[in-house]
Design a protein around this ligand. Structure first.
Ligand code: BDP
Length: 639
């Protein structure tokens, strides 16, 4: 009974945004038109980067106001041409695409037409046929605008979509950054400026995820929230549907199993569905059928004086629970040990652009490795990736772009307000993914600074109010005694690079320093700990014995030494280990980076370094030891 009350209370958590952000899906009532492919493009290289606005480039076709080039969407624009000024460009870039919209979408006044951008980095302004329809702050998260009435104004002409995107970061954006003008004419050319960033990945920019048009009826399912648990053999799915466009509507909610059989149904906008003989959602390597998904079909019917409306939306639902004790991370009441990776959305040519071959390759590598989890370091990944995690049972720590908060001015009210907004948008987008088991609100902020205490107290309390069903953390590298935000996290996540950034070349310090790290954090907070990053750069093909920094042997030695301590502490309170990093990735140019960060166990082209084989052997062994499988289902490590 208590559990049921708790499930109800959870749904009362209010999302502070005025509409939902359901992933666009086709159904009998909804159509999609993908706008991936070639767009027209121009970077505004005028000295103040503002010519596009001064001359209203959105008012006519972009080709009429100056030279344009082809630009693929989705993709970062930085590595597409041979022009280094475009690779390193800071300011507004302009994208344009003309679309022929199906006549029915225009003539049927009962159809809503929505323009959706999966993500664009960092600040975007969108016009349709020269009229502004929306703007959005922040990369990594979707935004949309209803454009039906606009395109109906002039149905004969194609619909011209113009998107201006600006990658300038300030001390109040997430991630923060700052522009520095160098005014010394003896040392710098006129107008020279740089963007300082406090994070270690290339600030790729552009339209990174698909842009599309989709339709819904005028009365439609705006949002669905699902919270799950189970009691013995019965799955509990508490849900809430929000409808827009009419005061009343009739609903039919049907939960179906994988074979399409109805297992529970209701006609209420919110309620509890009970699933007899439930098939729980299990992580990869924890069950022989991981990632089991039901489908919740919401069917809406409504009428007004002019017409009747029917909307259908099907949401995948995984039934599972997540809990944290002071020594364990529990999924479905069973101890879960994270043996996984940290990733980046990063690859040759497309930068941070969504790329299906890359996504599928990465999932194949994750499964080959025997990894059961990853952290979306250091920003929310594409929804398409989270859907893969749901289906394959890969557990996710979902991180917001709060990376590089190092300047005291980034702890002010404007920064905090934006950070709260970003958490609202992130939870709204990802709340229904069973794979997401924890929110991370930041990576390595300057948590020793005085304002960090109130900042993280507010941020974490807010996130827990948005979603009381998942633990909340941030990733720290600070000294346990000086970390101001740690009292508020549910799980301590620590990054450390012993024998690399500290005592470089001295592998012998790892056992003593890592042991002290764990004892200190646990001693102070009595919370489960995840080693959220550890690793060493290895230039593929560079060898030395005895090991030296930057060789594959040194990376191996660091991994092995960390693993020895993990094996002692995981019997106590360490609940996970995530290697930094899954693959090499691009960074800003600098004296410590040789064409990017080389801490990958795979190269940027996804070929294994020696370290990948060490991890693979370990992860399959851990799966057999910690995955709670009956002995006869032990996994052989794949070749
Ligand atoms: C960690 C950061 C990560 C860096 C890594 C490194 O969280 O973003 O890439 O260091 O320096 O502290 O390789």
């Amino acid at each position: 009974m208590l559990r049921l009350l708790w499930l109800f209370a959870v749904l009362d958590a209010v999302l502070l945004l005025d509409s939902g952000m359901l992933f666009p899906r086709e159904s009998s009532s909804r159509e999609l038109k993908e706008l991936s492919g070639l767009w027209v493009f121009r970077a505004d290289k005028s000295p103040n980067r503002n010519q596009g606005f001064e001359r209203a480039w959105y008012k006519s076709r972009l080709a009429e106001t100056g030279p344009v080039i082809d630009m693929p969407v989705p993709a970062s624009y930085n590595d597409i041409t041979q022009d280094s000024t475009l690779r390193d460009f800071i300011g507004w870039v302009w994208y344009e695409r003309e679309v022929v919209v199906p006549t029915r979408w225009i003539t049927d006044e009962g159809t809503r037409v929505v323009l959706r951008v999966g993500s664009a980095h960092y600040y975007s302004v969108v016009w349709v046929n020269g009229e502004k329809v929306t703007e959005h702050a922040g990369g990594h998260l979707p935004f949309e605008a209803e454009i039906g009435s606009l395109i109906r104004k002039d149905p004969a002409r194609p619909c011209r979509i113009t998107i201006a995107v600006n990658n300038t970061l300030t001390l109040e954006t997430l991630p923060p950054g700052s522009i520095q003008h160098m005014n010394d004419p003896v040392r710098y050319p006129e107008g020279y400026f740089v963007q300082n960033i406090y994070f270690d990945f290339f600030n790729y920019a552009g339209i990174h995820r698909p842009v599309l048009l989709y339709t819904t009826p005028k009365v439609y399912v705006d949002d669905i929230t699902v919270v799950t648990d189970f009691l013995d053999n019965t799955g509990l799915v508490r849900y809430q549907v929000s409808v827009k466009g009419a005061a009343t509507a009739t609903l039919k909610v049907t939960l179906m199993d994988k074979d399409g059989h109805c297992v529970a149904s209701s006609s209420e906008a919110s309620g509890l569905l009970k699933v007899v003989d439930v098939k729980l959602w299990w992580p990869y390597l924890m069950h022989k059928n991981p990632g089991y998904l039901y489908s919740m079909e919401v069917r809406l019917m409504a009428a007004d004086e002019r017409s009747t409306y029917e909307d259908v939306y099907a949401l995948p639902v995984g039934i599972r629970s997540v809990k944290v004790t002071n020594t364990q991370f529990l999924i479905n009441n069973k101890p879960f040990y994270f043996h996984g990776v940290n990733k980046h959305e990063d690859s040759d040519i497309r930068g941070k652009g969504l790329d299906w071959p890359l996504i599928v390759k990465d999932f194949n590598l994750i499964k080959w490795l025997g990894a059961n989890s990853f952290r979306t370091s250091h920003y929310p990944y594409a929804e398409e990736i989270l859907q893969m995690c749901d289906r394959h049972g890969i557990v996710v720590i979902d991180e917001c772009p709060g990376v590089g908060i190092k300047d005291i001015r980034s702890f002010g009210n404007a920064s905090l307000d934006h950070h709260l907004d970003v958490m609202n948008e992130l939870v709204r987008r990802d709340k229904n993914h069973p794979s997401v088991v924890m929110w991370s609100v930041a990576n390595e902020p300057a948590a020793e600074m005085q304002p960090a205490a109130l900042y993280f107290k507010t941020l974490i309390t807010h996130t827990k109010a948005l979603d009381p069903t998942r633990p909340v953390t941030y990733i720290t590298d600070s000294n346990y005694a000086r970390d101001k935000g740690a009292p508020y996290v549910d799980v301590v996540c620590v990054n450390s690079y012993f024998s690399w950034y500290h005592d470089p070349g001295h592998l012998e310090v790892i056992p003593i320093q890592l042991n002290a790290q764990f004892e200190n954090w646990y001693g102070k907070y009595q919370k489960p700990i995840i080693q959220s990053e550890y690793g060493a750069d290895a230039v593929p093909g560079l060898h030395s014995d005895p090991p030296m920094m930057f060789t594959e042997e040194y990376q191996n030695a660091v991994l092995r030494s960390y693993h020895d301590i993990f094996d002692q502490k995981r019997k106590q309170y360490v609940v996970g280990e995530l290697i930094w990093n899954f693959a090499d990735f691009m960074t800003a140019q600098g004296i410590t980076r040789v064409v990017g960060n080389k801490k990958g166990i795979f190269t940027r082209q996804r070929q294994p370094k020696a370290g990948a084989f060490i991890l693979k052997e370990r992860y399959w062994r851990l799966a057999n030891e910690t995955g709670r499988l009956p002995p006869w289902t032990k996994y052989p490590c794949p070749l």
